[in-house]
Write a protein of this length. Sequence first.
Lengths: 336, 328, 560
Amino acid sequence: MLRFVVRRLLQMCMVVVVLSMLVFVWLRSLPGGPVSAILGERQTPQRRAALEAALGLDQPLPVQYLKFMERAIQGNFGVSTKVLPGEDALDVFLSRLPATIELSLLALFLAITLGIPLGYLAARRQGSVTDTTAVIFSLVGVAVPVFFTAFLLKYFFAVEWNLLPVSGRQTTGLDATRVTGMFVLDGVLTREWDAAWDAVKHLILPAVALATIPFAVIFRITRASVLDVLDEDYVRTAEAKGLTAQVIRGRHVLRNAMLPVVTTVGLQVGGLLAGAVLTETVFSYRGVGDALATAFREKDYPVLQVLILAAAVIYVLVNLLVDIAYAVIDPRIRTR
Amino acid sequence: MTDRASGTTDESPRRPSYGQRRRARIDALATAGTVDDQPGVSLIRSAWLRLRRNPVFLIGLAITVVFVVLALVSPWLAPWDPTARPLLDQVRPQSNPVPGPEPGHPLGADDRGRDLLSRLLVGSRQTLIVGVFATLFGLLGGLVLGTLAGAMGGWVDSLVMRVVDVMLSIPSLLLAFTIASLARSPSQWTLIVAIAVVQVPIFARLLRGSMLAQRSSDHVLAARSLGVKPRAIVFRHMLPNALGPVIVQATLSLAVAIIDAAALSFLGLGNPDQRQPEWGQMLGLAQRYISEAPHLAFYPAGCIIVVALGFTLMGESLREALDPKSRR
Amino acid sequence: MSPKRTVATWTTAVLAAAALAGCADSQRDDDGGGEGGGSEDAGTFIFGAAGAPEMFDPYYATDGETFRITRQMFEGLLGIEPGSAEVVPELATEWTPNDEGTEWTFTLRDDVTFHDGEPFDAEAVCYNFERMFDQNEAGRTAGEYWGYVMGAYADDPENSLYQSCEATDEFEAVVSISRPTSGFPTMLTLESLSMQSPKAMEDGDANGIAAEGEGFSFPEYADNPVGTGPFVFGAYDEANGEITLERNDDYWGEAAKTSELVFRVIPDESTRRQELEAGSINGYDLPNPVDWAGLEDEGNSVEVRDPFNILYLGLNPEANPQLKDLKVRQAIYHALNRDQLVQTQLPEGAAVATQFMPDTVSGYNTSLEPFPYDPDEAKRLLAEAGAEGMTLEFAYPTEVSRPYMPDPEKIYEALRTDLEAVGIKVKVATASWNGGYLDNVSGEPGKYDAYILGWTGDYDAAYNFIGTFFGNLKDNDFGTDVMPWGKQLADDLQAADAIVDDDERAAAFEEINAQIMEEYLPGLPISHSPPALVVGPGVDGVIPSPLTAEEFDTVTVGGE
């Protein structure tokens, strides 16, 4: 087990180094750049050249990359040019991370608590009206673009019916204490219940929008997986043995059906990040996705690099965790 | 279990498990001579039999057919030239930004006086083009990489799969986003390529998986032992048998491509050329009217959703039907 | 991975959380304290900002979102009359030049203190000028506006407009410049050249900017700015995207009407509108013209500013030699139905342009008539020039909205349709504003044959418009260096700019304007459009500024 984890971590390092190189060259080969973002209409070739020289953007790419690596090894990923000018890019990421974690966790929680039971139910009644409706409904979730779901939710729940806040993370003027940067948790920790409740209200709509895609996927995988397992010999054997339905469901069906579901949940993390870019944009929610969109628009290279690499690392780490979880659930893998 | 064993189970590379595998191998050996000649006929036939009765599939099929037909005939169907601006004179940014319905313009006009219905109709064609080409390019890319990896194995396999891993480790939308902004000037084709690139690793992985599963399968072993050339084995024996899941994936990819196109347009990276109306583009442009004229966004969004749903419904039911395990 | 370990993990987490909670409790008392002013509480004005500020030292700032915030805290020697572009006294009460226009004596207010209690005097003024002049390498590129108006820094004094500053009396400072120009002292109204507290700058190492990697890292001072204005810096809550300013109770002028000013960052336009509708913000800048009517119906007031900008269609004879022919340029101009464009695409109050500057700028030539829309004439001219069916690579920017072009894509569409109507083949080109558009437009040579761009005036001076466009022969977007009259035009502009007498100078610029439009036509001025600002019900006292330089100290927020 340990060797497996170590090997995976080493592989991850390799992927990150290769990716850093790709991203570095890639970003700099994009048209435009931070200089345009700074100069605007005032840009002239002369002023552009001066600014590029000051920022070291005029040097050959390999030199720029080596300098970047040299600094990166010391934990310095450069300074943000536009998202939070002057701030260390890694700090920008870290300061935005809690918001996105909070959002993604809630979205994932919603998706799992709805997706698994519904998937199981649909599988048990395969072919029934309930099943067909649930399947079609879940596929609608896939077919509606996330940002449009977000738009609709905002339009109705926030603007038309005025039930929830339109955007942001906390109401202006609410003097809340910050501890972890996850506002709900902060509110709970400091027992500022009003702040926690306020943060929850701000979270609901974006989380629901973000949850639609993982929900649909988890639902479908659960359903398919339960169907598979129901058909397995050991379930039939169990049924033949006359075990109670409850025991069969718990010990045989659900446990075995969970394997692919767990993998899927891991795979959803990458999707959640992509979805977060859209959802956070629509809700002006200040998380990593919003920083990513801003960094892209304003060509904030250092922040972009950190964010893309971090996304890759998170993706790999989560999948590693998934594999470990897999081993825990599935005894066959553990013994290997 | 008898029904399962009697078919050509080894045609499907997916999930050969437990004792089933041994039994299947024996059956396959018995029919080895005929397998390569008519790959999976009975599988497809039985799949069709089941699909015919599946409401989910039928709904998806109906939507898809209507959409494709619409895309083909819409230029003749649209009452107006989608680029003409018959209602421009009514447009006033403040008092009447988006002219409403009137005789001859059942859905009204867009923000520059162009007939909305005509643009929606003609938009179906462009949407289909983006979806189909993006999927096609993605499939081709995946085919090359996946075949290379699956057929050659060894270091080629490792290298290709690392590349695929790297691609998969970047959130897909971000990857498309980056590629779309690489171009000097965004166009229909940058949009298509951007979406296609995202599909490449998915197809590559899928194909490699299929090929690997087959490399050790009996009909390939048999062909090899008979001295069939490696290239022929790959193209005559392995690829055709790997196509089932690929077709399913391609159907699903069409939906994803259409949705991704909309997302990229939303982020400002869609096809900027208004002479080629496209639903994603229309939705992107409608954003600024979301308060004053939400219908401008709702119509194209509705179309995207319905069509994406159509492809997804079809793809999902195909997947289920082609999966031998679900034959019951 | 046994159940026991899971329990252990949870216990640790809970303990850690409890510990954190303890810390939080002890931190709680540090913040807040905004209400201690003692004077009557008149509420909070919450403004929806489109983007986050860069930092808070206006000297290094480059974008409008930052300036909007610093403007409330800082003042310059010269100010702008609210609601106009006119220069009025602010921290200086009087200024007089010598005969050559190269030495300016400023008489200062004697009742001003900085927010940190330091006195504002002639020493402070000269400290500020020297601070802005004497920058390290990073500062010289980051101090964008100084470089733009002054030309150079202490390392290159020959090319600098600014020469020296001398405190001749406690409240009298003399500033020397290298040559007379219409821009001085008007440029002292620029937000970047505001007066800041010498002591605070010293303590916070205000000039300690450094280039690090691809960005600038700013000194401590940039996060703790100290000025003289009606509001004092409060806090920047980055996690929630909020900047809070508090009323300066010791302000030398009339104290601000609200006790607190909050800027909330909401990047998405439609979200800003929805937030206003929901009542969680009190106003935002640049509402979409489409929304103006709806906003008014809901009880908000849309404050329309006088246009102080110009949108033009730039032509680049370097990229397309056919454009060197005046007839071709005129034909293109005749082809454009600008009346229709202004009516159908631009907000009310927009006007067709007759020259490269708005009518509020001195030097505007009132006798120029709009170039008529005449497609037949356009076709005739094209035929005469042998350019029927010419191809034009015509570009517009995406991902941007400027006061002069709320929606570039729509404006472009209208123009493109007009061009195609006279038989010009348009090759559509586009790039995002920061993603190459400006590089392609301002490159040497520029890449597009034609493009749309514009300019919002920095201050009331003709040279700030046409001088920016054509004054620099080598580096300009219109490729005038390949035209026979390019040099003449640049020289004329420089000469006019150096005229000290206001009326004479205005006359010279008027003549140049006529020449540009009638003889040269280097580009095609399209329109001026009025940018607006919207405030919610109960908000009063917003004075819209043509320079989009609103000061919020006069704003009141009524109870609702």
